[in-house]
Design a protein around this ligand. Structure first.
Ligand code: NAP
Ligand code: 8YV
Length: 326
């Protein structure tokens, strides 16, 4: 019998992760569909750790319960709303994510989405490719970054990288989060609706999950007003889609740019049919360069765990080493 720990890989079998885990562990790659059940039936009782390669592949409580000896989950992505962290805490399972290594890439994407939305770059390219330029100039964009103030919703690791870029663009920044953030001089708003009233552009970069569900709702959109532009880099759940669709139709706000969706890769057909919205297929971190760093961090957390060394990036709810409960 091998003394290597049994580790299961749930989700797309990314090359660096498979290569990095195959030697040190007994790696079981769960295929989508029927065979997964056979593998879980055979090895589920021995599995001590899991690599999860990102939403929509989920570590719900009922999935984790299939692995009664589970000690550790190493998840691809900084957001971990696809993992039932309460179950993990209750069962002393440590969860690791991949923070920091993607900050700059996601911030670049946010600025790209903002520029495409404000200056209509994707619509203008569609105009050129449709052969319309020979008939006349693409209309001037009604919006510009030049007279805007951005309200950041979330000013954590990625939010700060976005704010730094905006400063370079000469765009004033203010922010909302549950608590004032240390070490920044941007104006803080404890209430999102108050910030929305004072700015014309919102960029959301908070975690997903219940605490941020529908933060951007009808009241916030009305407060933002007819010059308003909403950029969502967080998770689809942060936006109330029905309210945003109505606000775009009624011109309550000017336009929106979305990188994330509730049921992605499904995108509401109302968005697909609108012209005053830019839609990205969850591109935030999606360069080979950055995705490799994320994959490596998934591996490195598991290697540290296997060697009994301190984990590199446990999530705050499951610190390492585990804290004694009072
Ligand atoms: P982070 O450093 O933990 O920052 C999160 C920020 O959100 C903090 O400022 C936090 O401040 C604020 N926040 C949390 N809950 C909130 C709430 N209920 N209301 C208002 N503000 C809240 O996280 P990060 O590394 O910057 O990543 C942020 C998120 O970006 C991820 O969780 C993920 O969902 C998303 N993301 C998307 C992509 C993409 O491809 N589109 C890529 C990477 C990450 P307080 O705790 O004080 O409220
Ligand atoms: C990933 C992300 O594309 O890190 C995150 O939270 O949203 C993106 O970087 C995603 O997690 C992989 O599915």
């Amino acid at each position: 019998m091998s003394d290597k720990a049994d580790v299961v890989l749930i989700g797309v079998p990314k090359k660096l992760i498979v290569d990095g885990l195959s030697g040190p562990f007994n790696l079981h790659v769960l295929p989508k569909g029927g065979d997964a059940e056979t593998i879980i039936g055979k090895v589920g009782g021995n599995v001590r750790a899991a690599a999860v390669t990102g939403a929509p592949d989920t570590m719900r409580a009922d999935v984790m319960a299939r692995f009664p000896k589970l000690e550790m989950v190493s998840s691809f992505g900084v957001g971990y709303d696809n993992i039932d962290v309460k179950y993990a805490v209750d069962h002393k399972i440590v969860v690791c994510n991949t923070p920091e290594v993607l900050n700059e890439e996601v911030a670049d994407t946010a600025l790209g989405l903002l520029l495409c939305t404000v200056r209509e770059f994707s619509r203008a390219e569609r105009f050129l490719r449709a052969g319309k330029w020979v008939q006349g100039q693409y209309p001037l964009s009604r919006a510009t970054l030049r007279d805007r103030t951005v309200g950041m919703i979330g000013l954590g690791r990625i939010g700060r990288a976005i704010a730094r870029r905006l400063e370079g663009f000469g765009v004033p920044v203010v922010y909302h989060s549950r608590n004032p953030q240390a070490g920044v001089s941007y104006k803080y708003y404890g209430k999102l609706v108050d910030m929305a009233r004072d700015v014309d552009t919102l960029i959301a970069i908070t975690p997903g999950g219940p605490s941020t569900k529908h933060l951007i709702n009808a009241e916030v959109l009305a407060a933002l007003g007819p010059r308003g532009i909403v950029i969502n880099m967080s998770r689809g759940t942060v936006v109330d889609d029905a309210a945003l669709i109505k606000a775009l139709r009624d011109k309550t706000i000017h336009s929106a740019g979305l990188d994330v969706f509730v049921n992605e890769p499904e995108v509401p057909k109302e968005y697909m049919e609108m012209d005053n919205i830019v839609l990205f297929p969850h591109l935030g971190s999606s360069s080979v360069f950055t995705r490799q760093k994320m994959e490596q961090l998934v591996v490195d957390n598991l290697l540290a765990w296997g060697a009994g060394k301190p984990l590199l990036s446990p999530v705050p709810e499951t610190p390492w080493p585990p804290q004694k409960r009072s």
